[in-house]
Design a protein around this ligand. Structure first.
Ligand code: PMP
Length: 393
């Protein structure tokens, strides 16, 4: 057979993380590789009751097709929750998606022609890089520091090209670095986007998982002309298996997302949407989020404490104030992919950071997750990783 695939699909690589996750599913592995929430925190009992209630009270509707835009009571609840990121909006500006990953794919579909340039943080979220790549785009990476994207570099690079099409950022507890943008950088980004008339896709799955300090206003909340598309999700604050996320955007832009959703999957899961909506009605999601944060904060503290005592001083880690990840930079001569192979022999896993740079390089970096392992495994895993890193010095 000589079946020919599209050029588009040949440009998409298997997600290294998904491959890694398969490997690290072995029970003996201490895995800091995934970005998985802690499953012991899922409200299984509550969801059992919610599912029964949905089936008893609106069973036929829950198993039927429903509108593309989403289940209206849930859209209203999401619009109201947008106040948490300082955005006043209504249900008409909300589209329910199958996770925010679908919002990323749709962003690529709506904005990108082959050869167009996506501006992103260096490093950025691998799932977004892969989603955009399918639309045959190029990536222009902008350097980042502890305050987010370096706006001067963004300006300078944008002044030299004319095919930039979209800016993609994760300003709160970024995946993979765990860093959060300062207010000044957020404002700076908006100014530059305005100057070059570019849309901004603000991806915010982790903002509500802040362990300490004050939340900073979302970029969407400072958006004066409707150029910011906000992607939200219940995956990290609730349960990723429900696959419920959302797009919040101005009417004309949201229309395009609705249009491509019709072609992609018609609608998000009718049952999941109703289950989530009833959960939000009957239970207190914010209370649930507080519980999650209490546990993740302890895990973050423990991980950072042990990184400090067990890793050599040459390994520099970010200190995340929320979210799920820390990011470690090693001396340049250390290749974290080789380090990972060695670490796996010690039954410990992380994600080599090179995958998060769309144009390659930076192989001396690692993303380490702290949300998914219990305290004793965090301690043991970091001790083992520390030993392996020291071997590579
Ligand atoms: N964006 C970022 C930055 C993420 O880290 C993730 C999940 N790893 C997603 C989007 C997708 O999440 P979901 O589709 O589960 O909402």
């Amino acid at each position: 057979m000589a079946i020919k695939f599209s050029e588009r699909v040949s440009k998409v690589n298997a997600s290294e993380i998904r491959e890694l996750l398969k490997l690290t599913a072995r029970p003996e592995i201490i895995s800091f590789a995934g970005g998985l929430p802690a499953p012991e925190l899922f409200p299984v009992e509550e969801m059992k009751k919610v599912s029964v209630k949905v089936l008893e009270e609106m069973g036929q509707e829950a198993l039927q097709y429903s509108p593309t835009e989403g289940y209206n009571p849930l859209r209203k609840q999401i619009a109201s929750r947008m106040k948490k990121v300082n955005v006043e909006t209504s249900m008409d500006n909300i589209l329910v998606t199958s996770g925010s990953q679908q919002g990323l794919d749709f962003s690529g579909k709506i904005f990108l022609n082959p050869g167009d340039v996506v501006i992103c943080e260096s490093p950025s979220y691998l799932g977004a890089i892969n989603a955009f790549k399918a639309y045959e785009c190029e990536f222009l990476e902008i350097s980042t520091d502890n305050d987010g994207m370096i706006i001067e570099e963004l300006e300078e690079k944008l002044s030299k090209i004319d095919n930039a099409k979209m800016i993609y950022v994760i300003p709160d507890f970024q995946n993979p670095t765990g860093r959060t943008w300062s207010l000044q950088r957020r404002k700076g980004l908006l100014e530059v986007a305005k100057k070059y008339d570019l849309p901004i896709v603000e991806d915010n799955p982790y903002g509500e998982l802040r362990f300490e300090g004050e939340m900073l206003p979302s970029i969407k909340s400072m958006d004066e002309d409707g150029r910011v598309i906000f992607l939200g999700t219940f995956s990290k604050t609730f349960c990723p298996g429900l696959r419920i996320g959302w797009v919040c955007a101005e009417h004309d832009i949201l229309e395009k997302y609705i249009l491509v959703k019709q072609g992609a999957d018609l609608q998000s899961n009718s049952m999941s949407q109703r289950e989530l909506s009833v959960f939000l009605d009957v239970y207190d999601l914010d209370e649930h989020i507080e519980k999650i944060k209490d546990i993740y904060r302890v895990r973050r503290n423990l991980m950072m404490q042990y990184i400090k005592s067990e890793f050599p001083k040459e390994a520099v880690a970010t200190y995340p104030n929320g979210g799920l990840f820390t990011w470690v930079e090693l001396p340049e001569y250390i290749n974290a992919r080789e380090l990972m192979e060695r670490a796996l022999k010690e039954n410990v896993a992380f994600v080599p950071g090179g995958s998060f740079f769309p144009n390659g390089g930076n192989e001396n970096t690692m993303r380490i997750n702290y949300s998914n392992m219990p305290d004793d495994k965090i301690i043991e895993g970091i001790k083992r990783l520390g030993k392996v890193i020291k071997e590579f010095l």
